[in-house]
Design a binder for this molecule. Structure first.
Ligand SMILES: [Zn+2]
Ligand SMILES: [Zn+2]
Length: 405
């Protein structure tokens, strides 16, 4: 273990040992599988079960792991091997992470490195190394206000779709900040517990607007007075119909220039009064925009307004997911429950701080500017400094600093 890991592990242990510490207890806690990722050797301990939150806390105090997970699934015997566990259903879970968002700040604070030829670059990692074409590209991510704000907005957008389109609002629904770059939405309800992988995949496809066919959403050429008039859905319609229209509005307002339209079409769009969106059927009022062009615009609009969920997390019925109330080894921040009515104002850099006291001396290699609490820090470059524990923990966990000996 590195000296940084040593210190992080020690701080984590102190945190879990606090006398009044309690853990989140999921419904049917004893039917869940638990897993711990240890600091030492990045070793995963899994297939564990606990009778109650107290025995789980004892194990966590003992192991002081970097990450604590529990299964979204319920099992007859959580300790058995995968095919012997006796699957009894699983919660429906959604994951929204800045990893899947296209935020403009990533170019400033994310780095990647090819494990084969050591080529480095800024921003999101390419699928394969541009130099040697190897696919073992390592990413070093950062979390910033902008990324977490967008993740939160996407979570709110997802919740709207869950409530209005899927009508799952009555389910026992909870939102959690992951302690890193995103939010998790858990639905603990008998109604969805037995959904199989394919059925969950269908929910995912709907939320992503996958293979959405505009002609099935009411977009069609209708003969009127001897000519074909393009008709389509309107702003306030439920589900994807209205969302498609709102997406078109966004796309036309935001990225008119980048839609691949010709000069004449751009001129039409720029001269067109966007109030038409709300007052009358607008599809045929944009002269010179044909059905093919509309299809492209609709595709962009669907991509723009789809829920930005991680499809693998939702369709996996054996998923291990972070246990709320535990520390995230990527940051030293806490995974926390965010009450729905507080989601809007929730500030992850204040409300998930686990180490509010003390100072730690560290040597920072390189770090972007960041905020913890109401204080800004950095940027740092090859510096020995003393920082509030929460800020120092973030840099240590992100491999950007070492404890100063
Ligand atoms: Zn390479
Ligand atoms: Zn960012």
């Amino acid at each position: 273990m590195s000296s940084a890991e040593h210190l992080i592990k020690q701080k984590f242990q102190q945190f879990y040992l606090e006398r009044n510490r309690t853990l989140f207890s999921p419904p049917a806690a004893s039917q869940r599988e638990y897993g711990f990722l240890l600091f030492k050797g990045k070793f995963m301990v899994r297939h564990r079960t606990f009778k109650n939150p107290e025995t789980l806390l004892t194990a966590i105090r003992d192991l002081s792991p970097a990450h604590v997970y529990f299964s979204t699934a319920y099992y007859q015997d959580p300790t058995a091997s995968m095919d012997q566990k006796g699957w009894l259903g699983a919660d429906l879970v959604f994951d929204i992470d800045a990893d899947h968002l296209d935020t403009p700040c990533k170019i400033m604070h994310d780095n990647w490195k090819c494990k084969a030829c050591s080529t480095v670059g800024k921003g999101s990692a390419p699928k394969t190394c541009p130099k040697c074409k190897n696919d073992r590209v390592e990413i070093e991510t950062w979390l910033c206000d902008r990324c977490l704000q967008e993740a939160k907005e996407e979570t709110i957008h997802l919740l709207e779709m869950i409530f209005s389109d899927l009508q799952m609002g009555d389910a026992n629904l909870s939102v959690y900040f992951s302690g890193h770059r995103g939010y998790h939405v858990h639905l603990h309800s008998e109604d969805f517990r037995m959904l199989r992988e394919e059925q969950r995949r269908e929910i995912v496809d709907y939320l992503l607007g996958e293979q959405l066919d505009p002609s099935l959403q009411g977009m069609e050429d209708v003969p009127e007075g001897g000519v074909l008039i393009l008709k389509g859905p309107q702003w306030g319609e439920p589900g994807w119909r209205g969302r498609m229209v709102r997406g078109i509005y966004e796309v036309l307002t935001k990225e008119g220039e980048n839609l691949g339209l010709n000069q004449a079409q751009l001129k039409v769009i720029n001269a067109w009064d966007k109030a038409n969106f709300f007052t009358k059927p607008f599809w045929s009022s944009l002269k010179g925009i044909n059905a093919g062009t509309w299809k492209n615009i609709v595709q962009r609009a669907v991509r723009e307004t789809a829920a930005k969920i991680d499809s693998v997390v939702t369709s996996d019925v054996h998923r291990l997911i972070r246990l709320p109330g535990t520390l995230n080894g990527h940051t030293g921040l806490l995974g926390v429950n965010v009450p729905l009515e507080r989601l809007d104002e929730f500030d992850p850099f204040i409300e998930s701080i686990a180490f509010p006291e003390g100072q730690v001396k560290i040597t920072v290699k390189d770090s972007p500017e960041f905020r913890i609490g109401s204080q800004n820090f950095g940027p740092f470059h090859d510096e020995k400094i003393e920082l509030p524990t929460a800020a120092a923990m973030l840099l240590l966990c992100k491999h950007k600093a070492e404890p100063t000996s």
